[in-house]
Every structure is written in C-alpha cells, then in structure tokens.
Write a protein that binds this ligand. Structure first.
Ligand code: GRG
Length: 282
C-alpha cells in the first residue's frame, strides 16, 4: 500500500461525514500529512500474511483517526498548549478550542463507525479488532498514558517513564500489528507476540522522538519542540542521548529479528517500513 493511496481512502472515508464546521476541523487535521505510520504498519502485516489491502482499509483509517484525535487534544491549551503540528497551525489555533475538542471527539467515534465496516473477514475477527483498538486507545491504554504524563509526581525514574511510554505511545503502535494478526487469523500466541513487538517498537519510536526533539528545530520537525520548553523529563534527559540512541537501535534491531522469525509471514514490507522509521529525521 502506498501512503498516497491510503491518504485518498482516508479522505474519501472522512468526506462521507455530514458537512459542518466540525467536519472541516476533522479534515483539516486528518489531511495535514502526518507520517501515517500506524496504518502503514497494519497494511504491511496484512500484506505479509497475503491478505488483500481492502481487508485492512477500515482499521487503517480508524487508526489514523484515533491518532489524529489524540494529537488535536494533546495540543490544546489544557494539555501541551502547542501552536504548530504537522507543519501548520494546530486545530484549536486554526479553528477554536471548542471546535478542536469536537473534532477530536468526532474522529474518535467515527473511527469505530469506520472500523466495523471491515469486509472480507469474520464478524468475530472484526469484533476482536475493535476490542484491541478500544483497549489500546482508552483508559487502560493511550488515555492512561496521557493521564500519567500529566501527573509529574508519577515520573520518578526510567521505569516510571517506560510505563508512560508503554501506554501513551506503545499502545497505538502495538494495535496495528496485533489487529493485522487478528485479521490474518493468527492464533492467540502469535497475536500476543505481535503485541509485544509493537510495544518494543513503541518504546524505540518514543526514544527517537525525544532524541529528535533535542536535535532538530521546530521547522524541521513540523511541530513545536515543547519538551524542553515544558522542562519535560524524557528518555534523553534520564539516560543521556548516546544511551538513549543505543537502546533505541537495539529495540528496533531485536524487533526486526523477531519479525523475521514469525512463521508464514513475509516480512520484507514491514521491516522495510520500520527501517525507514528507524532512520527518519522528523
Ligand atoms: C489526548 C488521549 C490523548 C492522548 C495524547 C499522541 C499523544 C497522546 C500525545 C502527543 C505527544 C506525543 C509525543 C505522543 C507520543 C506519541 C507520538 C510520538 C506521537 C507522534 O506520532 P507521529 O510521529 O506523528 O506518528 P505524525 O504527525 O507523523 O502522525
């Protein structure tokens, strides 16, 4: 699946919503050109198991909608208070706070309305995919991670920071791998293995984000590098940049080795995608 093809599907899916100011805000943030890593990971898993791309379309759109909702809400004044995201004004700056809150709500709920339209697999598989997505996005997943991240007293050491990353970043990077395995009909053990690989990639991805935050300018990142401004404790501030980089590369490389060993899975598309992610510069 090419990123541009996916973006066309995403646009068409969101275009079906009734015209309104909230729809404009949803589309503004959704079509602002993120890396689309989560949907691309899902397509790479289903492709590696030989499924047609259409099987993954609905969950791919749903993942990107939930991710975009989280960014819109994270940028609000009550949370990170950022002005710049994906190279343009954040949703509440381009519209207003109330509309940005609604755009996030709209994307979160429309994601599930979209996901249940998955065709080509059993209803049980779709239901299991929805369960995973809701669990990873919700109060035991990303929402918990965001909540912990906002309570500074929680962050005592590297262990505590890993717990935050696991939920805030890891859950939504694990979901595409596990959902892909579910759509492909994998057994519970294999689905669990994919889930664990997703968490390792999530930690690597977050360490990389922290490294880029100190090494790149806001213009290069297309978003505010707010960690330093907000005096945030990060993997880089706790481990030092070289240790953080070594751990990040080790997590990626160990994940590639695990992926290549999974039976019945053609790994090239996924490892190729993840190697690009590993060497990204924004
Ligand atoms: C508001 C419930 C709620 C959660 C917010 C996503 C998030 C949780 C906060 C954003 C800040 C942050 C650093 C989160 C960690 C995950 C992460 C690195 C998100 C950025 O994802 P990318 O790099 O973004 O895939 P693009 O713009 O490329 O899609």
């Amino acid at each position: 699946m090419k990123k541009s093809e996916f973006e066309e599907k995403l646009k068409q899916t969101a275009a079906a919503v009734k015209d309104s100011r909230v729809k404009d805000a949803m589309l503004y943030s959704l079509m602002a050109g993120g890396k689309r890593i989560r949907p691309m990971m899902l397509y790479a898993v289903t492709e590696g198991y030989g499924l047609p791309a259409e099987t993954a379309d609905a969950f791919a759109c749903a993942l990107e909608m939930i991710h975009t909702y989280s960014l819109i809400h994270d940028d609000l004044p009550a949370m990170d208070n950022d002005d710049l995201r994906r190279g343009r004004l954040t949703c509440h700056k381009a519209f207003d706070e109330a509309t940005a809150i609604l755009a996030g709500d709209g994307l979160l709920t429309y994601a599930f309305e979209t996901a249940v339209k998955t065709a080509g697999v059993s209803a049980e598989q779709v239901l299991e995919g929805v369960r995973i997505l809701a669990g990873d996005a919700g109060p035991d997943g990303m929402v918990l991670g965001q909540c912990l991240d906002m309570q500074e007293s929680v962050l005592t050491d590297w262990e505590a920071l890993q717990t935050i990353h696991h939920h805030k970043t890891g859950c939504l990077l694990s979901a595409p791998l596990e959902i892909g395995a579910v759509l492909a009909g994998c057994d519970a053990e294999t689905c669990g293995l994919w889930r664990q690989i997703g968490f390792d990639i999530g930690l690597a991805f977050q360490l990389q984000d922290d490294i880029l935050d100190v090494e790149k300018t806001a213009a290069e990142l297309g978003k505010s590098n707010s960690d330093e401004r907000n005096e945030k404790v990060t993997g880089v501030s706790l481990l030092g940049i070289e240790k953080a980089r070594t751990l990040m590369n080790q997590l990626y490389d160990d994940s590639f080795a695990k992926i290549e060993k999974i039976k019945g899975f053609e790994s090239d598309a996924l490892t190729g995608l993840l190697r690009e992610v590993q060497h990204r510069n924004h």
